[in-house]
Design a protein around this ligand. Structure first.
Ligand code: DAK
Length: 277
């Protein structure tokens, strides 16, 4: 039984919660190991999209655990870095999309784990940053690489060199997040949905929209984008061609195109629902 990771299955969507709110969900070795085990246990035959969030109303993930890192030797620091990097890479290359639902702090390793996800949705009180140089270290969980690819090299360098945290609107403006949502308040001023609830609801809604598409096609899109970005355009387009071709061996392709040709979407979908195989 995991202490710091919760998993809930809602239809085709799996919700993973990093549950260490007393330490603002900081990533220690145990959190990382439990997250790794949780990913390994996801039933990919019944899950089409994941949502990753942090427990509590204050923080997504406030970084790697500074207390645990403080006494690290060079070898221990490298081992901790490898553990994190392997898991972040597992998330990034996970066969199905992963949406980060970010409320509050996403600092250091928190920003880095969010960047390992496919899509980021944050609340309007979210704060992102790579404060590592202020702690005497470089970002260690891929921050130098993913931030530069996700925003721009110049903006990544500015944020990393200055260790400056940015709020949700700026994160949205520079393309670090896909969507910003606010807490919901009724006319009398009562909170209907907290920022955390609102951001998870928005992520689940997007996840359900993804889960309603042909799952093999979605997986192949993720693979094509991820793998294509690592090579030049001539090779990238071949990756796309191969993954496109693979779709023609799926029931989804027959169902999806059949729906269009028969102009009877509802009926056809009931007869031949999108499948995982
Ligand atoms: N680690 C451990 N504990 C943390 C933490 C963290 N990153 N962030 C917060 N906490 C704990 C606090 O110690 C406090 O615990 P108690 O004192 O209650 O026991 C509790 O969470 C609440 O925090 P605060 O009392 O500080 O709450 P505030 O609202 O006053 O401040 C804050 C919130 C987020 C501004 C503040 O907690 C803060 O500045 N936290 C640190 C943020 C940060 O610098 N994050 C980046 C960490 S560095 C590597 C691999 C990876 C990395 C490095 C190397 N290798 C390759 C080896 C990654 C590095 C990082 O992520």
């Amino acid at each position: 039984m995991a202490e710091f990771i919760l998993y809930e299955q809602e239809g085709f969507v799996g919700v993973i919660t990093i549950n260490r709110p007393k330490a603002l969900n900081a990533l220690n070795s145990q959190v990382l190991e439990e997250l790794d085990a949780c990913l390994d246990a996801v039933d990919l035959s019944a899950t089409r999209c994941l949502v990753l969030t942090g427990a509590g109303d204050k923080s997504f993930v406030a970084g790697a655990d500074i207390g645990e890192m403080f006494e690290c030797t060079k070898a221990e620091g490298e081992a901790f870095g490898k553990k994190g990097n392997d898991i972040f890479r597992k998330l990034e290359t996970f066969p199905i999309p992963v949406i980060a639902a970010v409320n509050g702090f996403a600092l250091g390793g928190g920003c880095e784990i969010a960047m390992s996800c496919d899509i980021r949705i944050c609340s309007d009180n979210a704060m992102f940053g790579q404060p590592e140089v202020g702690l005497g270290i470089t970002p260690g969980f891929g921050g130098t690489q993913r931030l530069a690819r996700l925003v721009s090299p110049g903006m990544a360098k500015q944020l990393i060199y200055t260790a400056r945290n940015i709020k949700a609107p700026e994160a949205y403006r520079i393309g670090l997040v896909n969507q910003v949502v606010a807490a919901e308040v009724d006319e009398a001023g009562n909170v209907v949905k907290t920022a955390q609830e609102a951001v998870v609801a928005a992520a689940k809604k997007m996840a359900a929209g993804i889960a309603a598409q042909a799952p093999i096609a979605v997986r192949n899109c993720k693979k094509a984008i991820n793998e294509g970005l690592q090579v030049d355009m001539d090779q990238a387009i071949v990756i796309e061609e191969k993954l496109f071709g693979d779709c023609f061996e799926t029931a989804d392709q027959k169902a999806g195109m059949g729906n269009f040709l028969e102009k009877d979407k509802e009926k056809k979908l009931k007869v031949v629902p999108f499948q995982n195989a």
